[in-house]
Design a protein around this ligand. Structure first.
Ligand code: DC
Length: 219
């Protein structure tokens, strides 16, 4: 059983991925974390993305232990922004593609996997058994992300979080390689007026056959 979840920044895909995996006894991979880890590694190594060669990026990623325990910096707005920038580079996506597919096809507990990201249903796992695409109004997503960052001790204004989210979505949707897009067979959820439990219930219902696929709108 392989489930693909894609969506915009702070749309609730991570919470959905984790809870869905727990409910179904599947393994979970947050693929955004992989891109964040690369963004952090680029920062720590002082690599200039403007003129970094494919070889430099490949070596950096090959040497990166993606299973290590990362500190809270990984979830910061600075690393989110860097992750979105490295995610637009073809070499970075190529280097991470097989790792994601390998996790999906050989999940640690053998039963199946839930992966969330931006291109899971469209590029990484086009044959996934079920695909979800989740979105919400930008101001609602910014409110959620602002609360999350504040709880982590980051001193940041709401307006900055909103601007970051809009900029990041724009870059993720408009890059030439594997842009953020809803697969044509994805089930669309607008989480603007739904809490995490409601979103989970809708997805479980869909997996039980309670809904027809619903094409994504608004993207
Ligand atoms: O989901 P997140 O905010 O942790 O993701 C950080 C960035 O990583 C996001 O802005 C775009 C990139 N990303 C991607 O391009 N493809 C994925 N499958 C997951 C994340």
């Amino acid at each position: 059983m392989i489930i693909a979840i894609d969506g915009t920044a702070a749309s609730g895909k991570g919470t959905l991925g984790r809870t869905l995996a727990m409910r179904l006894g599947l393994d979970y991979l947050d693929t955004g974390q992989l891109y964040r880890a690369v963004g952090l590694a680029v920062k720590l190594a002082g690599v200039n993305l403007e003129d970094a060669s494919d070889e430099t990026l490949k070596t950096l990623i090959d040497q990166l232990d993606l299973c290590q325990k990362f500190g809270p910096e990984l979830r910061s707005s600075e690393i989110g922004e860097l992750a979105s920038k490295v995610a637009a580079i073809a070499q970075v996506r190529t280097s991470l593609l097989e790792r994601q597919r390998d996790f999906a096809h050989n999940p640690p507990h053998g039963k199946g996997a839930v992966l969330d990201g931006r291109d899971i249903g469209s590029v990484v796992l086009p044959d996934a058994d079920a695909k979800f695409f989740i979105d919400a109004a930008a101001d609602i997503r910014a409110t959620r992300r602002h609360l999350e960052l504040k709880a982590r001790g980051e001193d940041i204004e709401f307006s900055e979080v909103l601007a970051d989210i809009i900029k990041r979505d724009c870059r993720d949707k408009n890059r030439t390689i594997a842009p953020l897009i809803a697969a044509s067979d994805a089930f669309f959820i607008d989480s603007s007026d739904k809490n995490a439990d409601e979103v989970l219930a809708i997805c479980l219902d869909y997996l039980d056959g309670g809904h027809e696929p619903q094409a994504a709108t608004g993207l």
